[in-house]
Design a binder for this molecule. Sequence first.
Ligand SMILES: [Fe+2]
Ligand SMILES: [Fe+2]
Length: 194
Amino acid sequence: MPRARKATRASRRSPARRSSATRHAHARENGHGTNALSLLVEQHHETRRLFRELAEAEGEERRELFLRLADELAAHTTLEERLLYPTIAQIEGMAAVARDALEEHLIVKRLLADMLEKDLEDEVFDAKCRVLEVEVTRHFEEEESGLLPRLAHALGRERLRELGGEMEQEFEELMRHEPRSRVPRETDSAPLIT
Ligand SMILES: [Fe+2]
Ligand SMILES: [Fe+2]
């Protein structure tokens, strides 16, 4: 079915090239600034979409998608470690949740670091990619159902918007410098919350 496949690829291509600035514009709320919650959930959606596309892609397109996924995940985890989890840890009863999330990020980074060293045609790469998707999906679900609603409740709308603005700037800055390149140096242990 070459025709159908071609159409699917064409429809995949344009959103894959949306800039993070464009995506984050969707996370803004009618000119009231970026909400930290919608920004992070939008990044989760983008990562899930990249996993779906990667599963179907081949050749150079597959390589481009994987590198994009690695950059998105690297920037997202660093962003959360710098700006989200320290805030979460200060909410009463949430310090252990923040520590758990950091350990889950460490699992993600170790898998990513392994994958960055592998040939994409290696079947071990596929196995690691499937495990990474399961881990990342579960981690996102936990954040979206537990940690992020608690953050919203604790911070309130105004502070949530301020934090969203800080996060947006941090993410854009991280994405300018191939954030995947820092992942192999961050696989020894999870960062401490300061
Ligand atoms: Fe996270
Ligand atoms: Fe997240």
